[in-house]
Design a protein around this ligand. Sequence first.
Ligand code: ADQ
Length: 744
Amino acid sequence: MRISLRFIVPLALALTAIAYAVVPLVDRLTLNWFVRDMEIRAKLITNATQEPLGALVREPRAKQKVMRFFERIIEDERIYALGFCDQAGKLAYATRTFPDKVRCPPPDAPERTYLVQRPEGPLHVSAHPVALEGETLGELVIVHDMSFVQRRSEDTKKYVFYLFTMIAAVVALITVVIAEISWRGWVAGIKALISGEGLLRSPEQVRAPELRPIAKDLRALVRDLEAERRSRDESQIGWGPEALRGILREDLKGDEVLIVSNREPYIHVRHGNVIEIQRPASGLVTALEPVMRACSGTWIAHGSGSADRDTVDRNDHIMVPPERPAYRIRRVWLTQEEEQGYYYGFANEGLWPLCHIAHTRPIFRIQDWEHYRTVNQRFSDAVADEARTDNPIVLVQDYHFALLPRLVRERLPGATIITFWHIPWPNPEAFGILPWREAVLEGLLGSSILGFHTQFHCHNFFDTVDRFLEARVDRETSTISHGGEATEVRRYPISIEWPPAALADQPPVAECRQQVRRRLGVSPETHLGLGVDRLDYTKGILERFLAVERLLELEPRWIGKFSFVQIAAPSRSSIDEYQGLDVKVRALAQRINQRFGSDSYHPIILKIEHHDARDVYIHYRAADLCYVSSLHDGMNLVAKEFAAARDDERGVLLLSQFTGASRELSEALIVNPYDIEQCAAALHLALTMPAEEQRARMRSMRNLVQEFNVYRWAGRMLNDAARMRHRHRVLSRARAARLEAVKR
Ligand code: ADQ
């Protein structure tokens, strides 16, 4: 109310002042109009009386006749008096009303019209020549009563005053209403900002537009503080399973954690009567399994093993790891057609080549897309089934589930959905060929947090959304607002557990070297290079072999002394492209072996088979160098595993510049796998690198992998989820308190 008065009083004063300034102006204006009116009337009268008056004046005993004539004319209430001045300028005849003050104007006077002021109001006097038959007889003096002007002026003043008073009242009323509304909005906005609403909503969603810049600044400030606190806290924590459990216990208050991925961490496979447990060769599983062991949640995945159905309970659950159960797997069943369409088709023949620049054309089929949608829906049902609370933390993994975040968001609006995209994100031009690009982007934007390995992939994602969706992309705060919801897009470089479980109880490096060489049938002095991958065209296995061939061409001294061991896990082998790769890899290895090898010497030792993690680590420890030549790779965990395996601080890592890992492991020999000459030279450099240099490089890489391990990767995401949930809780509490206050 006080604020309203503050508006009204000055407004009323201003309008009164205007009214007072306007009235004299209006007065002057109306007077001028009336004077002009009088002049016209006077002329008319003169014209009309010219002849009769002239004739009367000439007659003998003219006085009486003229006076009678005049008296008739002044019956008009406006004509106050009339007079006739003869040629000598003397008042010859005049009505009784003729004022004393009015005289005949001298013949040479320039003004023939003037006003005479008197208390009752002004008189308008005008003199007009009277002529008859060309002879000037004198002048007719017409006196008009203009007191009516004064009366009208008084009336006008009154009306103007009333008018302005009315305007003032209406304007004041409108002002009060607007002021009250916007004041309430402002106060509500400020309250919302204080209660944290401004931090949760995007600036566009803050109700009062004038508060948006404040909300934006506040968000930026809080983010800075959070980022600062996060990096301080992060660097102080010793990242391991206990730290993760600590976050879950303290920051997330034991909230429920669900993981969704296509690949399950334990696969049951039947061999006759025997059921065997397999661990898949997958970077994703390698990274998430230790996290799940620390969290004790539920891992929802496709039950793909031949004995998977035989080993679950009636709710399709199984506790793992078998030797020490810590969390449970919920298996989701797919038909063969569904697996074919969703996994092999859309995910691996469509999205995989689409996101990797490895020059393999993506294939998009409508049937595959339909299966992909159905399977995403099936997994969202499983999430809803498994959730014991309405606000679990759901960790969605990878390109198999681009639609899942939005589907889960619809089923569980209170969930915190963290989606991690394990492969690169392409630029908008490359992504733009996907026929269902909008649906994929909208699906992903159902996430609360969307993670990529590198900032470069985040930028590509921002550009893609910018290009194809109606969304607000705020790169400064790394947030995308779409359909009233905000998704934080962040970089979380994935890593491996430290120390790696597969390293436990490993024999010393010297023994591993001997063991592996013995197994491969090579002499103990042979220098060994190593490649470890799924058999995938993005990993650059062919380019790797060509570099080995070129090394032997350029430096023949390595013939017989250097062998390259490639252990390649068969992968997606029902896809033509992968079958073709298998054939090409085998053929190239054979050609190189024929060219430089002998019965007892094989430059390339190719093992296309699955190895258990422990065995993979024995190979890392036995090798002199490890060569990662991916043509494009989200992160590449093999590079980090190699560093982790080398507790002797020896061995050289050759690493493709097109891996996410190359952004972190800068002490590796960074190569362009397409440049065969450069890679051959790097192989030679690695084989001749002095022990001291190897040690310095390896130590630095090991420190990095140790510090930025997978617990830190998961911990950062969970911390961000905790921060987000905390903000939501604060807001809900503030809202509840406001509602309570309103009720009271
Ligand atoms: P992948 O493409 O599977 O992962 P990568 O990160 O190298 O690639 O992980 C492969 C894993 O499989 C490693 O743990 C490795 O030890 C294991 N492995 C490889 N060959 C094997 C074999 N023959 N036998 C047994 N195990 C084998 C995807 C992305 C990567 C990203 C990860 C994690 O393509 O860029 O680093 O996810 O996000």
